[in-house]
Design a protein. Structure first.
Length: 245
């Protein structure tokens, strides 16, 4: 691994709560961003708080969600600064963008110009679950993601993932309060709308956030909580694996 990637990885506070992957996006984002490569960073969400979600978001989960986004903002800024110090152009992509900052395309299709989840699959970090979550190998869906884009040719660490590992499991589909998923398994050639209704999800999330948090935010967490891949006992061994070098 080259010194640039080693420096980027070195920005992670620890390997227990964070993961990182490097992806060649090819031509997937060239129409929106002048970059080809991505460093995708994930931070693990607290198990006790996620396990406390039953059928609606809790105040504790909202606070955790906001803290995770803040940590990722600080971390991507550090990584961007390290790359800039080497003369490498880059662009951090935050974990969450305020809807007020998004244009008509987002409101019409509920799609942002960049997908952390897509980059994560390209980096070999995980696959897309049946309720449109990134299911990471190490943390399951219990994480938040952010990305730093650049044209620096990162070396590949993980092999792009092109198949779901959810199998016949439909727990998230059955427990989804919005009934937004139809149970089909993701693959990279499948459009999100073929297996997941983002509008149903958003409507229910905002309704339950208003009822339980008194906030206008699209937040739920039920599918994150119930996914077997994220349960602590399932990922104990994965958490002990060091980041490849």
């Amino acid at each position: 691994m080259n010194s640039v990637q080693e420096e980027v990885i070195g920005q992670l506070p620890d390997q227990e709560r964070y993961l990182i992957g490097f992806a060649d996006m090819g031509q997937l984002i060239e129409d929106k961003y002048p970059f080809r490569y991505a460093a995708v960073i994930g931070t693990r969400l607290d198990d006790e708080i996620v396990d406390g979600i039953e059928n609606a978001p809790t105040p504790e989960y909202y606070d955790l969600y906001m803290r995770a986004n803040h940590r990722l903002s600080e971390l991507t800024a550090k990584i961007a600064g390290a790359l800039s110090a080497r003369g490498i152009e880059n662009q951090p992509i935050l974990a969450t963008v305020n809807e007020s900052e998004l244009g008509d395309d987002y409101r019409d299709h509920l799609r942002y110009s960049f997908s952390h989840k897509m980059a994560a699959t390209r980096a070999g970090l995980g696959w897309i679950g049946k309720t449109d979550l990134l299911i990471s190998k190490r943390f399951g869906p219990r994480l938040r993601l952010a990305t730093v884009l650049t044209n620096y040719p990162f070396e590949k660490i993980g092999k792009p993932i092109v198949k779901s590992a959810c199998g016949e499991c439909t727990i998230c589909v059955e427990q989804c309060p919005a009934q937004a998923a139809n149970g089909k398994s993701w693959n990279p050639k499948m459009d999100r709308d073929e297996f997941f209704n983002a509008f149903k999800c958003r409507e229910t999330c905002r309704k339950r956030s208003a009822e339980h948090l008194q906030k206008e935010i699209s937040l739920c967490g039920v599918c994150i909580s119930v996914c077997p891949k994220g349960k602590p006992r399932r990922r104990k061994q994965a958490l002990n694996r060091p980041i490849p070098k």
